[in-house]
Design a protein around this ligand. Structure first.
Ligand SMILES: *[C@@H]1O[C@H](CO)[C@@H](O)[C@H](O)[C@H]1NC(C)=O
Ligand SMILES: *[C@@H]1O[C@H](CO)[C@@H](O)[C@H](O)[C@H]1NC(C)=O
Ligand SMILES: *[C@@H]1O[C@H](CO)[C@@H](O)[C@H](O)[C@H]1NC(C)=O
Ligand SMILES: [Ca+2]
Ligand SMILES: [Ca+2]
Length: 164
């Protein structure tokens, strides 16, 4: 390929990134973030490592807005029949693997907001990983979290910042 042409393409891509930010391959931009959704069901540890291999982390949630953003995005990607199905939810980055009942986000951000489903977390048989429960009669109930066994296999969401 002609090198001037290559340089022009590179510049065009750089200008596009400057005006709207941009996401690496396999990510889609939504708001200020790049998201990668994988519908393959894997355990929490595999989900965490898959995100890290992509230069990202499992999503963390710091407000009701964050939660809605992720849940709405998930609904647009998942089959309609997956809503209200606990085993079709998705892993997020919250866990209490280090200290029981001390929940932390895998991306290192502080736990400054929580959205537990009533009665959760209940550490039933040692549950240490967190997902939206995806259970209830409407989206505001379904996006609430429950602790769940880390060995369960769920789809997952990775998130990283846009390339600037
Ligand atoms: C909670 O932490 C996140 C991530 O560090 C930060 O962006 C957000 O502003 C914080 N929210 C509050 C209410 O402190
Ligand atoms: C959603 O459902 C829950 C119970 O599943 C109920 O308590 C709540 O009022 C409902 N919220 C809305 C906005 O309909
Ligand atoms: C604890 O939570 C799980 C869902 O995370 C639920 O299936 C289970 O029934 C709950 N156990 C009790 C005793 O409430
Ligand atoms: Ca636990
Ligand atoms: Ca639970």
């Amino acid at each position: 390929m002609n090198s001037n042409f290559t340089i022009s393409l590179f510049l065009l891509a750089a200008i596009a990134c400057l005006s709207e930010g941009c996401c690496p391959e396999r990510f889609m931009q939504f708001g200020d973030w790049c998201f990668h959704y994988n519908s393959d069901k894997v355990n929490w540890h595999d989900a965490r490592h898959a995100c890290e291999r992509l230069g990202a982390h499992l999503v963390s949630i710091h407000s009701l807005e964050d939660s809605r953003e992720v849940y709405v995005l998930w609904k647009s990607l998942a089959d309609e029949s997956h809503t209200n199905d606990v085993d079709r939810s998705f892993w997020i980055g919250l866990h209490d693997l280090s200290n029981e009942n001390f929940f932390e986000w895998s991306d290192g951000t502080p736990l400054n907001y929580s959205l537990w489903y009533p009665g959760e977390p209940n550490d039933s048989h040692g549950e240490d990983c967190v997902a939206p429960y995806n259970h209830g009669s409407n989206d505001s109930a379904r996006q609430k979290w429950h602790d769940y066994g880390c060995e369960h296999r769920l789809p997952y969401f990775c998130r990283r910042s846009v390339i600037s």
